[in-house]
Each structure stands twice: as C-alpha cells, then as structure tokens.
Design a protein around this ligand. Structure first.
Ligand code: KG4
Ligand code: ZN
Length: 363
C-alpha cells in the first residue's frame, strides 16, 4: 500500500531561517524545496549569534521563507498533510517565531501541526539522502551541541555521552574570536590551521583518558586564550589554530572509537553518522573516518547543506512521525516551545549535564 505524506518544515531555532517541503512515500524521501536563509551578515559584527537580533530577523524572514518554499515546491497549501516546526531546543525568541508561523499555516490550511525536536531533525538528517536504516550511532557536533546518541528507531534515542561544558562549534567560534578571525569561527580556524603546525602547542585533551563518553572543551579554550596574546604573526596564529584543531580531532576520534566499540547494531553493519556544522571540518572528518574504519564501521556524513541547520530535516522528522502514526496529544496547536528539550529524557533526568551557552541547551 502506498502511503504518502507531504509536509512543510520550518526551522528557526538558531541563526538560520529555513523552510522546506518534503514528500515521504513508503520510506522514500523526495525533497520538493529547501530554502535556507542564513543570518551570518546580521550577526557578524558581534562575532557571535545575538539572540535578540536572531529573533527579530526570524520574524522578518519567516513568512518569505515559507512562501519561497511553497513556491519552489510548486504545490498549494491544500496539498500539504501537515506543518512541522522546530519547538526546541534553541533560542526561545526564534523558536517562538517558527512555532507561531507553523501553527498559523496549519490552522489556515486546516491540517496537522507537528512540533519537532530540533535534535531529532539532526538525528534523522542522514535519511534525507541515504538509505540509512536504524540503528546507527550519531555524533552531533554543532555550535550548540556535542553528543553521542544511539539512534535505535524513530523517537527511540539513547544518549551515550555529551560535552559537560562547551559544544565543539562553540569552542571553534571562541578561538576565532580570541584571535580576531571573524564569525563564524569554524571555517576561519580550519583555513588558518591548514598552514600551521599541529604540534607547535601541546594543548590539553580534556577527559581523554577518563573512561566514558563525556567530553569537555572549556579547558582547551582557556589554554588557547593563554597562548593567543603571544601570537602576533599570521604564522603564529596558524600554529595555534592547527594545534587547537588537532586536540579537538584527538578527543573526537578517541571518544568515537570508544562509542563504536560499545555499539552493537545486532546483525546490521555498524553505521556511524556525523552531523552538525563541525562535520564540515575536513580534519575532523578525516579523524572520524580513521576511527570508524578501525572499528569496522561506515562513516556517513550528510551533505553539508543538511549537516548544518535546515528545514528539510524538520520536515522529515514530522513526516516520519505522521507516517508512523506517532502524533499524540501534545502535538497540534496547543504545543508549547521547549528551549531545553533532551532527546533522551530518561538519561537527561538521571544524569543531567548542566550548562547553557549562547546557543541554548547542550544536552
Ligand atoms: O549546525 P550548525 O550550523 O548550527 C548549530 O549550532 O546548530 O553549526 C554551526 C557551528 C558553528 O559553531 C561553526 O563555527 C561550526 O559549526 N563550523 C565549523 C566549520 N564550519 C562550521 N567548525 C569547524 N570547522 C568548520 N569548517
Ligand atoms: Zn542544529
């Protein structure tokens, strides 16, 4: 039996205003449109995402993004089965804009509204473009998140470990800020690291030798902050960037190897998905590739466009939930926003990871 659902997705939890239309038919994904408007220009003068500016920009851009996505998809609102919008975790002002926009469209069109956990969107993102059956191991490394998750099935996630302080992307952004490299920091640090010596500085690898999968990057950032004032030339800055990036790669590779060693996918092969903006970093990818190969796992990195924040993954999460008959009483026009919303609530309650950052909750 064919069963198709067509969903409009909306994403506004950080600094991308995005809308996408997706059709899911018997597990097959067709992306009808995929609009992403980044706010880099708005935030660049402040060297970081400013929540108030983000909220205002989302409010100005959201309607146009939705109209552009519908236009590009070439369908009318009557052809939609539902609207999915990020309801958290993220910056509350932006989340509210997406939620209100989504509810308004759903109500006007008389269709379902599906509140989506942004992290579930990232967790499912490899399924936008690959045949990636459950279960798989996921490393989410972005500006706001850094965690290992076992993705067992739709709505069935086990948090294996996460950062206890800064997210990796946040560390890249702060290091860039320390050295006056502009925003966003990750790409700038990677570019400069390319000409530096990764052994020039022996920066700490926090928690590397502690058992388990928790990570920490605040101490590494502080070590860079102590070294940065001495680096005046381009070459000296490059050495710091290269040494910082090497420390990040070592930590992520070692923890990934450990996570993979403990991951038993049953009769399935081991799949290791890396998602989030930091997955754009070539040195990080290479380190994860090596760790995966050593554990007999296949590394899957979604295309860059779907590694970073996008609405296609939100539409997919909504579509998969609707197709599986998983919408419940908390869905619909009454759905509230959740600035903090762990995917694996049981682990979050039993072993909370404290700490908030400028990009919201980390666990
Ligand atoms: O997933 P994302 O677009 O947004 C969220 O934080 O949810 O990730 C953005 C983060 C930023 O911190 C940015 O500096 C980092 O990803 N990033 C990178 C690279 N490109 C983006 N970090 C390291 N190397 C890169 N090439
Ligand atoms: Zn994200």
């Amino acid at each position: 039996m064919t069963h198709a659902v067509t969903i409009l997705g909306i994403e506004t939890s950080c600094d991308e205003t995005a809308a996408a239309v997706l059709r899911l038919e018997d597990g097959k994904v067709t992306l009808l449109s995929d609009i992403i408007r980044t706010q880099l220009e708005e935030h660049a003068p402040y060297l970081g995402v400013v929540p108030e500016i983000a909220a205002r920009a989302h409010a100005e851009l959201a309607d146009a993004a939705v109209a552009a996505a519908m236009n590009a998809a070439g369908i009318s609102y009557g052809d939609l089965d539902g609207v999915a919008a990020t309801a958290g975790p993220g910056l509350i002002g932006g989340v509210l804009v997406g939620l209100m926009t989504g509810k308004a469209v759903a109500q006007a069109a008389g269709i379902a509204f599906i509140p989506v956990n942004h992290l579930e969107g990232h967790a499912l993102s490899p399924r936008l473009s690959e045949d990636c059956p459950f279960p798989y191991l996921l490393l989410l490394v972005s500006g706001g998140h850094c965690q290992f998750l076992e993705v067992r099935g739709l709505g069935d996630y086990k948090r294996l470990g996460s950062t206890i302080d800064d997210a990796v992307g946040e560390a890249f952004d702060k290091v860039a800020k320390l050295m006056g490299l502009g925003f966003p920091g990750g790409p700038a640090v990677e570019r400069l690291a390319g000409s530096g010596n990764p052994k020039a500085h022996d920066f700490p690898r926090p928690l590397l030798n502690r058992p388990g999968l928790e990570m920490s990057f605040a101490g590494l950032k502080s070590a860079v902050a102590r070294a940065a004032p001495g680096a005046e030339t381009e070459a000296a800055k490059a050495d710091i960037c290269a040494s910082f990036q090497a420390a990040i790669c070592d930590v992520l590779a070692e923890k990934s190897a450990r996570a993979l060693a403990g991951f038993d996918p049953g009769t399935e092969g081991k799949r290791f998905v890396v998602a989030g903006g930091v997955a754009a970093n070539n040195a990080v990818r290479a380190a994860l590739e090596t760790a995966a190969a050593a554990q007999g796992a296949r590394l899957i990195a979604p295309p860059l466009r779907h590694c970073t924040d996008n609405a296609a993954m939100i539409a997919l999460a909504g579509a998969e939930r609707m197709a599986a008959g998983m919408l419940d009483g908390a869905d619909g026009l009454d759905a509230g926003s959740r600035p903090r919303w762990p995917l694996d609530e049981a682990s979050a309650l039993n072993a909370p990871v404290y700490g908030g950052g400028h990009k919201g909750a980390k666990a």
